[in-house]
Write a new protein. Structure first.
Length: 413
């Protein structure tokens, strides 16, 4: 099962958790107090770059009957759509730039270049996902209603299609995001009425109509005799954006180390433990400046989940301090290359297409799902909470995981 007692899983005392929360609060205050002109210049330059790139791509596609123009225009438009979705739309709608009091760069007014209506995104993502991150049964992003990504989700016969659903979701990701607000799992369980879903669908339909008209009617028509090649270029640029956004988001939520949690854990949660849940439930991937920019700085998914409304261009700076706290409290800082993180993610999606009985690890100690019960085989043999009196060093989750691995090696020796 997922984590029910987060203090015990993290191997932290109550005082540790409270102090960790205070130190994370201090990071927030420092960033909030230091926001200023450089940050404002960053977001305005990003907007200017993205709009210039999109416009240039559209112009190039006017001559898309020639293959080099088609390739160049499609690439430019694909990159522009990625930047608009990842670094602009997602982050602006989180309120990261509301402090500027600029009505054009504000979470209340921004509408992004995708089929998902911003009003629905801000509820299903900003509120539901970020408040209930990785709580099974409360966070709809745990599998998006169609994928089985933890053994806490009971296996059903249709889960055998996990890899196929995964491919379809990646390909049509903007459509999956748009339909996410319909809450398919709640519809199946009767927790949401079809009348309410139909109301949501009408809102989605209006946004889909605008997007489809723009990409598949207006701009192709403006290209005149090159309308068909322009239409295919627009569709291809959307696929480029879909695959990239899917990869970034999945690598931040489903590789090993991005833990899941139970409703029981949440019921008595305070702010420090909310912080701890974000740290244990998210994963990063290593990235240089260009990769960070192209991912909307969501290569720092841990930092984003801790501080979703702080400017994304500050996540690299925040990450240095968060990693220091992980070292201090002996907590894991889950990261790896993009390919490594996606490999772990796909492995989970593929293997959970079959029932638990066909899998080796237990539900409490699987790579993709763990609970505090995974440590039962070593609990009581050593001091795990607070500071080890023998060495004077803190003994936290990382130490416990190392001991668990050692005990497995010894058991098979």
């Amino acid at each position: 099962m997922a984590i029910t007692d987060i203090d015990r899983y993290a191997h932290l005392t109550e005082a540790d958790v409270e102090t960790l929360g205070a130190e994370l609060d201090a990071i927030r205050r420092d960033i909030e107090e230091s926001r200023g002109v450089p940050d404002a210049k960053y977001i305005r330059r990003t907007i200017a770059f993205q709009r210039g790139l999109a416009a240039s791509g559209r112009v190039v596609l006017m001559f898309s009957n020639r293959k080099p123009a088609w390739i160049l225009g499609t690439a430019m438009l694909g990159v522009a759509k990625i930047v608009e979705n990842m670094e602009l739309g997602h982050n602006v709608m989180h309120g990261q730039w509301d402090w500027m009091n600029d009505p054009e760069i504000h979470s209340s007014s921004w509408e992004w270049d995708t089929t998902c209506p911003s009003v629905q995104w801000k509820h299903s993502h900003n509120f539901v996902h970020h408040k209930y991150t990785n709580i099974v049964g409360m966070d709809d992003d745990v599998g998006y209603g169609i994928l089985r990504v933890t053994r806490d989700q009971p296996w059903e016969w249709w889960n055998v299609g996990n890899p196929v659903y995964n491919l379809l979701l990646a390909t049509f990701f903007e459509w999956g995001v748009a339909l996410h607000h319909l809450e398919a799992e709640k519809l199946r369980k009767g927790q949401k009425s079809y009348r309410a879903a139909l109301k949501d669908l009408r809102v989605i339909g209006r946004k889909v109509g605008k997007q489809a008209a723009k990409d598949y009617l207006i701009f192709p028509a403006l290209a005149g005799p090159n309308w068909l090649s322009t239409l295919t270029a627009n569709a291809t640029s959307n696929f480029i954006r879909n695959y990239w956004a899917y990869a970034v988001i999945f690598c931040g939520h489903f590789p090993d180390g991005a833990e899941k949690f139970t409703v029981e854990e949440y019921e008595e949660e305070d702010q420090p433990r909310w912080y701890l849940r974000q740290m244990l439930g998210s994963a990063n991937f290593r990235a240089g400046p260009l990769m960070r920019f192209m991912s909307g700085n969501l290569s720092h998914q841990i930092e984003h989940h801790l501080f979703p409304d702080l400017p994304s261009n500050r996540y690299e700076e925040i990450g240095v301090r968060v990693r220091e706290l992980c070292d201090k409290y002996d907590l894991p800082y889950t990261t790896g290359s993009l390919l490594h993180q996606y490999g772990l993610t796909f492995r989970t999606i593929a293997k959970l297409s079959v029932p638990n009985a066909m899998l080796k690890a237990s539900a409490d100690d699987a790579p993709e799902t763990a609970s505090e019960l995974r440590f039962n085989i070593i609990e009581g043999t050593k001091t795990h909470f607070g500071v080890d009196p023998a060495t004077g060093r803190r003994r936290g989750l990382r130490s416990a995981l190392r001991e668990l691995r050692s005990s497995r090696v010894a058991a098979h020796a």
